[in-house]
Design a binder for this molecule. Sequence first.
Ligand code: SAM
Length: 275
Amino acid sequence: MCDSMNSNSHKNSKKLGQCFLKDKNFVKKAINRANLNNDDIVLEIGLGEGVLTKELAKVAKKVYVIELDKRLEIFANEVIKEYPNVSIIWEDALKVDLDSLDFNKIVANLPYQISSPITFKFLERKKGFDLAILMYQYEFAKRMAGKEDTKEYGRLSVAVQYSADVKMICKVPPTAFSPKPKVDSAIVSLVKKNPEYDVLDEKMFKNLLKALFQHRNKTVGKALVNSAHEIKLSRESVKQFVEEYSEAFDFKERVFKLPGFKIGELANLLTKFNS
Ligand code: SAM
């Protein structure tokens, strides 16, 4: 998606999603939305040329940056020289234990190829976080923020909104980056929250999300039968479940119309049925 030579003849890696933010207005927007003060410790994923890092370091107490590409060391040295409150961790962000780092905010122009696993890694961090301001591919951001009964609504929407409030802040055009990506981007804010509904078994909830949204336009009953293997039941057992709970749950509703709490209820019924 991003493949060209930059000003320092470092070949940007397409595989590493190296589209660097050039438009200072969007850097400012992200910084403003992060509402930083000198008590904040910030995590950034992906140093790039350090444009965002420097702005974070000006206001925050400390900035941790996880960067995979050692070829960017020249930019890292320049940043650290000017801002000693920046620490670079040369690692794959997906492999770093986020609980071993003390931070309360996350601000990043994410490498889009790891959008999903890194977001769940943030959300599953035991220590939580106060606020994350993140750049994603626009389509992905819309799916994260999607509400029931819209075309963006899906497994990602329910799973992310279960543990965070998601807000789309603004759309960002390809011209804000160098090299220009082929797709639009968006800045999103995530505020970690306690789930608004109880789920007895999170594994069942996750399996159920997968099962349901493989058939988002079908009725819940049909989706469950067709994806019975995802919830570790036989088709026969699912039919029995639907019959047993037909008064407690509307299995004729379409999957894409089910709000998260209803999916939580259904997961709990399945957990009871299994026990
Ligand atoms: N923050 C910079 C900016 O806004 O210009 C760079 C953003 S660029 C979209 C993504 C950065 O993440 C690149 O520097 C890339 O090398 C780095 N990166 C890609 N995959 C990574 C991974 N798995 N772990 C850590 N960094 C990664």
